[in-house]
Design a protein around this ligand. Structure first.
Ligand code: ADE
Length: 223
């Protein structure tokens, strides 16, 4: 899977490129992340890519031309890539959407700043808008990193142990509780079944716990 990221802050992506699951996926050549500095596509010496909104109002708007030129370049290198704009107006990012996106060969992620991008970019250049939740963050970069992380986890081989894919939401439920050593701390004991060595009982207990946790914390998922 190839990710191309269009951003004013390419350095932010070292947070996921250099460490952890994504870094390992890159090392194994299962993933690649290419950042594009949008200012490199500016046509003026100040490297501006934004301007005042028509109709007045606060803030600045990211202009069509640099974004369109950058997308054109990305599509020359990677024809058929899906262009996603991170925005609070987009489709909500869920486990199912991440799984669907993980089946693509390439995704280009457009990260907005300021008041966002000129609407004509959304109409003409963007294939899909994706939101990470019903709140506003200060730019699309963090949202793009969230998307890259959760999509990459779905690519076979990226997680060391494929069992790790069986976490919350993979079967529509929350994950069961986990315990490690010691067996007891401050009078809190590990559930006895987990020490029994009886795998069928352990699996049954985990399934039950998974349903119980979902009922307690996210009843909406059971509908
Ligand atoms: N940019 C600003 N807020 C966002 C959100 N909730 N999701 C995706 N991109 C955003």
């Amino acid at each position: 899977m190839r990710f191309d990221v269009i951003t004013l802050f390419p350095e932010m992506f070292s947070a996921i490129k250099d460490e952890g699951v994504i870094a390992r996926g890159i090392k194994k050549s299962l993933l690649s992340i290419h950042t594009w500095q949008l200012r490199d596509f500016s046509d003026n010496k100040h490297r501006n890519i934004d301007d005042k909104p028509y109709g007045g109002g606060a803030g600045m708007v990211m202009q069509v031309k640099p974004i369109r030129d950058c997308i054109r370049k990305i599509k020359q290198d990677t024809p058929g890539t899906m262009v996603i704009y991170l925005s609070p107006q987009g489709e909500k990012l869920t486990h199912d959407l991440a799984k669907e996106l993980s089946e693509l060969d390439s995704i280009a992620l457009l990260c907005g700043r300021y008041e966002g991008v000129d609407e004509r970019v959304i109409e003409h250049d963007v294939d899909k808008e994706v939101s990470i939740g019903d709140y506003v963050i200060s730019g699309g970069e963090l949202a793009a990193m969230v998307l890259i992380d959760t999509v990459s986890r779905q690519i076979p081989g990226v997680l060391g142990n494929q069992d790790s894919l069986n976490d919350s939401f993979s079967n529509g439920l929350l994950d069961y509780p986990h315990y490690s050593r010691p067996e007891e701390i401050d009078s809190q004991a590990v559930p006895a079944v987990l020490l029994s060595g009886h795998q069928a009982n352990i699996n049954a207990w985990r399934s039950k716990q998974s349903i119980k946790k979902t009922e307690e914390k996210r009843k909406d998922l059971l509908k």
